[in-house]
Design a binder for this molecule. Structure first.
Ligand code: PEP
Length: 259
């Protein structure tokens, strides 16, 4: 059987407050504590709950990540948190360039590059680069061009240490939080292209591409059957215990096929 490592990433966005985040983390810990797991699970809680959720999940070998960070480690930047601060409290991953950052908070490819460089040069975190096109870009036939520009501006010439994994989330903006999930075959062809571009930019590195955008217990398996889809980044359905546990049941089933 082929060996394939699957990633199941839960982006809790700003859906849960401090208490709700800790209740969900403790509930998951209780559900998963005596079960073996053959997939990677990572939770991205709000910054406020990052430390407590990290502590709760650490004993189960479930990782956490920061949803966003600033590209300077420390200083007079009111309201910001740095990636190195997230590392100091035990996080392993960092989302970079999530479409809600790019489109609602106007983060440019340049900003994303600054964040990527800070994570790569100043921390040991694994950056998870999010890329994807808007509905308009898709309608205008610009999907490939937009994704390629996002990939090149983030990775070209970056000083990548060979032990660090490359993880990318392909998240079409029109599919995020809309219920309008991307067809699995269409996602597969974008993943294949993304892998080809990144292999050219950073040859010889281990590379995984996750799909994100309205993933649910009903459709998750369709993505995981595709050759170049190495996991899912889930928003809404990951912030509720019942739907996330259903997705994890699929994770277990699919992962076992490959181990
Ligand atoms: C996301 O936040 O990355 C995401 C994919 O959200 P949703 O699953 O709710 O579409």
């Amino acid at each position: 059987m082929t060996e394939k490592k699957f990633y199941f990433f839960a982006n809790w966005k700003m859906y849960l407050d401090f208490d709700e985040s800790n209740i969900l983390a403790n509930g998951l810990a209780e559900e998963l504590k005596n079960k073996s797991r053959s997939y990677e699970m990572t939770v991205f809680p709000s910054a406020l709950a990052l430390q407590t959720v990290t502590q709760v999940l650490r004993d189960l070998n479930i990782d956490t990540g920061i949803q966003n960070g600033y590209w300077v480690d420390k200083g007079g930047y009111t309201g910001e948190i740095s990636f190195s601060m997230a590392q100091n409290i035990g996080c392993r991953f960092a989302l970079i360039g999530h479409s809600e950052r790019r489109h609602q908070f106007k983060e440019s490819n340049h900003d994303v590059r600054m964040k990527m460089e800070n994570v790569i040069n100043n921390t040991k975190l694994v950056p998870v680069l999010c890329v994807g096109e808007t509905q308009k870009e898709r309608d205008d036939g610009k999907t490939e061009e937009i994704i390629e520009a996002q990939l090149r501006s983030a990775y070209d010439g970056v000083n990548w240490d060979e032990k660090r994994e490359i993880i990318i989330a392909y998240e079409p903006v029109w599919a995020i939080g809309t219920g309008n999930a991307c067809d699995a075959k269409e996602a597969q062809s974008q993943h294949e292209r993304i892998k080809a571009i990144v292999k050219e930019l950073l040859p010889g590195q281990s590379l995984s591409v996750l799909y994100g955008g309205s993933v649910s217990p009903e459709n998750a398996e369709n993505y995981l059957k595709e050759k170049d889809i190495d996991g899912v980044l889930v928003g809404g359905a990951s912030a509720k215990m019942d739907s996330w546990l259903k997705i994890l049941a699929i994770a277990e089933k699919i992962s076992k096929k490959y181990v």
